[in-house]
Design a protein around this ligand. Structure first.
Ligand SMILES: *[C@@H]1O[C@H](CO)[C@@H](O)[C@H](O)[C@H]1NC(C)=O
Length: 360
């Protein structure tokens, strides 16, 4: 009798579990931009070949008068409104045109059910062509926006004038030496490890994992205090406050079409099995007509320095800048944003021509 009810109980639990898993793997219906009841579209957009639209925002000097044209790729749970910390002075001094856009599924850009490493690069290319940026343009990728920047290096190298990767995200499932991945993965919070593991091994369950309330998910995904150094937190909370107060950034806008098409796609592409190995990318500028740089904070708790160093060492043509005190908020530290842009556009030799802002 007891044994039987135990079996019944176990079966009932198993059935419930299966039912949950079945429900969980079904993606939620997307919120349709501009449709009745859906989020309104409030930005200029271009139409892509496959019919999707990408929303963009222009800043800096007028495109026609610009000496340099840069496309910026935003990070996780972000939008084109977050911008990049470059001073007006540098923008005018060098004549920089800046193009920000919402990545597919974020903000006012349509979701892409076929989104992948390659489509993220061709989105950048089509956007640049629609806005007539010319044969070659610069690309800056921040944090999770680093992986589409790697895709640009892989898939559209002949369109690039130079690339800067600022604290670019790393994938623990790239082909890495065991000691490197062990060191980096081991330093992650257990809750981050669990969430990243699901993104890689059971991507269909990620949405349900992030939505459930029984277990706490990753501090990195939630941008919680635990994911940052004390200095990061000081910089970022001040920045977020400023953005909120100025009304420039609406934090809810990034995921207004739902977290499935934005955050989940980001995480499952980033942590998936890549069809290329970044350490085998060929130098896009064999004649030195452009440069690729990686900027990394040694204290970064989100992007582990061991992997970044390994990637940079494997690519001798990458200019690697490691800041000893910085964490993940590296680009937002005093003067660093300008340094990144100056180095990208003028090269390393120009970097220390003038006193650095934090030394001044
Ligand atoms: C991994 O091992 C290699 C070769 O022994 C060594 O040079 C490197 O410093 C190690 N890396 C880490 C992160 O421990």
């Amino acid at each position: 009798m007891i044994a039987l009810s135990k079996i019944a109980l176990v079966s009932a639990v198993a059935l419930l579990g299966l039912g949950w898993a079945y429900q969980a793997t079904r993606p939620p219906p997307p919120a349709i931009l501009g449709a009745p009841g859906g989020p309104p579209i409030s930005s200029p957009r271009i139409r892509l070949k496959d019919g999707r639209h990408l929303a963009y925002r222009e800043e800096g000097v007028r495109r026609e008068n610009a000496r340099f044209r840069i496309v910026f790729i935003h990070g996780f749970s972000s939008t084109k409104e977050s911008g990049f910390p470059v001073s007006q002075e540098l923008v005018e001094q060098l004549g920089i045109y800046m193009l920000f856009f919402d990545r597919a599924g974020y903000g006012d850009s349509d979701a892409n059910p076929k989104r992948c490493l390659k489509s993220d690069a061709t989105d950048v290319e089509e956007l640049a062509d629609a806005l007539q940026l010319g044969d070659r343009f610069y690309v800056v990728g921040c944090s999770v926006g680093g992986y589409p920047a790697w895709s640009c290096l892989k898939y559209i190298p002949n369109r690039l004038a130079g690339v800067a990767l600022a604290a670019p995200a790393v994938n623990y499932w790239w082909p890495l030496p065991a000691n490197v991945s062990r060191a980096a993965y081991g330093r992650l919070h257990a809750r981050d490890r669990r969430t990243f593991w699901i993104a890689h091994h059971a991507p269909a369950l990620l949405h349900a994992w992030l939505a459930q309330k029984w277990f706490r998910v990753s501090p990195i995904v939630r941008a919680e205090r635990d994911a940052f150094t004390a200095k990061d937190w000081e910089i970022l909370t001040a920045l977020w406050r400023k953005q909120r107060e100025s009304g420039q950034v609406d934090p809810a806008k990034a995921t207004q079409q739902g977290t499935y098409e934005s955050l989940c796609r980001d995480a499952t592409i980033l942590f998936g099995t890549w069809e290329f190995d970044p350490t085998e990318i060929e130098n896009p500028f064999p004649d030195g007509e452009g440069g690729v740089s990686i900027w990394q904070g040694r204290q970064d708790k989100i992007v582990q320095v061991e992997i970044q160093r390994y990637v940079a060492q494997k690519l001798p043509w990458v200019r690697y800048h490691e800041h000893p005190e910085a964490g993940h908020a590296l680009p937002d530290m005093d003067g660093i944003g300008d340094e990144i842009i100056r180095e990208l556009l003028l090269g390393e030799s120009e970097l220390h021509q003038e006193p650095r802002a934090q030394d001044a």
